[in-house]
Design a protein around this ligand. Structure first.
Ligand code: SF4
Length: 83
């Protein structure tokens, strides 16, 4: 008999998980740049901190600059309408 492990448990509320992207997928500093053929993940920290590459090598598994995208201050700036 084959035992199946259910230890993956990768669901956390409000956190986007993409194993091909890693931490950037749920980081507030990440921006996506879409082209007809692919999607690039840009690290906005790179604009002010040379320790961060503009286009990190994916998947990013560890990053000292990671901050969850959901950690926004309540009552902060209104979001820009995504269209
Ligand atoms: S700070 Fe780290 S995790 Fe966040 S976008 Fe940049 S490289 Fe990715």
């Amino acid at each position: 008999m084959r035992r199946e492990s259910s230890a993956r448990g990768g669901h956390e509320e409000g956190v986007v998980r993409d194993p091909e992207v890693g931490l950037c997928a749920s980081c507030r500093h990440a921006r996506t740049v879409d082209t007809p053929r692919s999607r690039f993940w840009l690290c906005a920290r790179s604009a002010t901190d040379p320790r961060y590459p503009k286009y990190p090598r994916l998947p990013v598994l560890e990053c000292p600059g990671y901050e969850p995208a959901e950690a926004e201050t309540p009552g902060g700036k209104p979001g820009v309408a995504a269209d």
